[in-house]
Design a protein around this ligand. Structure first.
Ligand code: ATP
Ligand code: MG
Length: 257
């Protein structure tokens, strides 16, 4: 049974949702939680690449799709169903159906958390997902710059409308450190300040690190391969996630697999 579905969202594209999803999920699985990660980015799936997963998924005797298992995580992506360089041209309703199927028809088994890496925006896919399933909470990822925060506000408004609680906000690409000097390339503390303003929990910040980006390209999550990145950054963020999640109103979902 999936105990909790949590979406990872931003509103804006390219701010690091998938990178944070993979590392948050890996950190929690390192803490012995049962974690699933579903890539719902129909138009630009990146989780298979980030987890080094290839090939079509296998099907169980009971005709359910078997999730991939790597780095202690169960995962599935629409990206595993299509050729890596194939583009998907689907209408919103078809895309929403495909995601619903990936939640219902994958043999997830017992999960404490199923994280769903959402595509950017606040369109049909996001709405239909929130309306079809009981989503326990949303983690908002953003860079500190105002142009990203504009879209974050839209995303939070959408979640408020469909009664999805905000677990907290994560500030990605906070700064770039060069010889001990922190350079705030996208401005300082934009997400931190916004979380205070909106009265949401701030789960932590992630600096710009070459190792975070290269680990994604190599298909090996930084949290799994780089103990320093795990201990200094994502261990705290995942602890904050757990404590913040326990405070928000808990919604049970009942998806047996
Ligand atoms: N903290 C970081 N340090 C270094 N590189 C990062 C960091 N976060 C993300 N990146 C890089 O930025 C790029 C965009 O990240 P990612 O794909 O996770 O964003 P996204 O929000 O999921 O994008 P999309 O909206 O297209 O799904 C990737 O190349 C990734 O490796
Ligand atoms: Mg992404």
């Amino acid at each position: 049974m999936i105990k909790n579905i949590v979406v990872v969202a931003s509103g804006k594209g390219g701010v690091g949702k998938s990178t944070i999803s993979v590392n948050l999920a890996t950190s929690l699985s390192k803490k012995n939680y049962n974690i699933g990660l579903l890539d719902a980015d129909i138009y630009g799936p990146s989780i298979p690449k980030m987890l080094g997963i290839q090939g079509k998924p296998k099907v169980s005797k009971s005709k359910k799709i078997l999730p991939y298992i790597s780095f202690g995580l169960k995962s599935m992506s629409i990206g595993n169903m299509i050729p890596q360089d194939g583009s998907v041209i689907w209408r919103g309703a078809m895309a929403s159906n495909a995601i619903r199927q990936l939640i219902n028809d994958v043999e997830w088994g017992d999960l404490d958390y199923l994280f769903i890496d959402l595509p950017p925006g606040t369109g049909d896919i996001q709405l239909s997902l929130c309306q079809s399933f009981s989503i326990a909470g949303a983690v908002i990822v953003s860079t500190p710059q105002e142009i990203s925060l504009l879209d974050v506000r839209k995303a939070i408004n959408m979640f408020n409308k469909v009664n999805v609680e905000i677990v907290g906000m994560i500030q990605n690409m906070s700064y770039f450190e060069n010889e001990g000097d922190k350079n705030y390339i996208f401005g300082k503390d934009g997400v931190k300040n916004e979380s205070k303003k909106l009265n949401h929990n701030f789960l932590g910040e992630v600096p710009i690190l070459e190792e975070i980006s290269s680990s994604c390209d190599l298909g090996k999550p930084a949290c799994f391969t780089n103990e320093k990145i795990y201990q200094n950054i994502f261990e705290k963020i995942s602890d904050n996630f757990i404590s913040s999640f326990s405070k928000i109103k808990k919604k049970e979902v009942n998806i047996e697999s």
